[in-house]
Design a protein around this ligand. Structure first.
Ligand SMILES: [Zn+2]
Length: 268
């Protein structure tokens, strides 16, 4: 599933091409992706509006429109947003006044599109934890957020109500880089480990943004190109291969229902 770096890449690409552009027509080829509003009404509301602002919050992408309503996208497992000419496989096509289109594709059809008056009050967003790159998310705040919780660290990092944008790929990478076992209870983290974890969260996400995300599933950028981060991942998807630090074979386990790869020697 696209996480913060992938959605951020899409956001910054789209800012260059659709900001202040008018949506002249919407072609709806699959109604299933539209939630919470009659699909025909959504189209009526957004045609002839312009995209005034593009925001990423966690794994959500938000287009603030000139009628003060917002389109809220969640790509879920296989959603893609590809800019250019109309694509036959699109579920929804947004056509702009410059003759270009934004194709919303989704092979598995779990992606969601909503129209809302206040995007920050939407379910899934209203209770979301802080953004990792928000100024308010400093080390002191991170320590407070962790508190003396007894939960395991990896599922907590992936909890969107704890921290926005980190999912299964980057939670594994962060924990490997700081040598912390995914099952370690939060209240057993040492002071220095919390500091390392805080830095690694930002460091790994920044690196993934720099390399335009990880194309481990269906993720591609708005030009349909794969990201460059997956070759840099040290544990995700590498179970059975040797650890790049120590040579031990990486192990995989299920943790809170999610496949989790780790090094049994480096991560304690
Ligand atoms: Zn190792």
């Amino acid at each position: 599933m696209p996480e913060l770096p992938e959605v951020e890449t899409i956001k910054s690409d789209l800012e260059k091409v659709i900001l202040k552009k008018k949506i002249i027509k919407v072609e709806l080829l699959d109604k299933k992706l539209i939630k919470g509003i009659k699909p025909e009404l959504l189209i009526k509301e957004i045609e002839k509006t312009t995209v005034d602002q593009i925001i990423r919050r966690g794994k959500y992408l938000i287009f603030v429109l000139s009628n003060n309503k917002s389109l809220v996208f969640h790509l879920k497992l296989t959603g893609q947003l590809i800019y250019g000419t109309p694509d036959k496989k699109s579920r929804i096509i947004f056509c702009f006044d410059n003759g270009k289109c934004l194709n919303f594709l989704d092979q598995r059809r779990f992606a969601e599109l909503r129209l809302t008056n206040e995007w920050n009050k939407e379910k899934g967003i209203i209770d979301m934890g802080p953004e990792p790159f928000d100024k308010s998310f400093n080390l002191e705040k991170f320590r407070c957020m962790l508190g003396s919780k007894k939960t395991k660290i990896k599922p907590l990092l992936m909890d969107q109500n704890f921290l926005a944008g980190v999912g299964n790929i980057y939670a594994q990478e962060v924990l490997f880089r700081v040598g912390i076992h995914p099952e370690r209870p939060v209240n057993k983290l040492r002071t220095q480990e919390v500091e390392n974890l805080y830095s690694a969260i930002k460091g790994v996400l920044l690196e993934a943004i720099k390399y335009r995300g990880s194309s481990v599933d269906a993720y591609v950028d708005t030009q349909g190109k794969k990201g460059g981060m997956e070759q840099r991942l040290k544990v995700y998807g590498r179970a059975g291969q040797s650890c790049q630090n120590c040579g031990t074979l990486l192990k995989e386990m299920k943790l809170a229902g999610r496949g989790t790869t780790y090094c049994p020697k480096c991560q304690k």
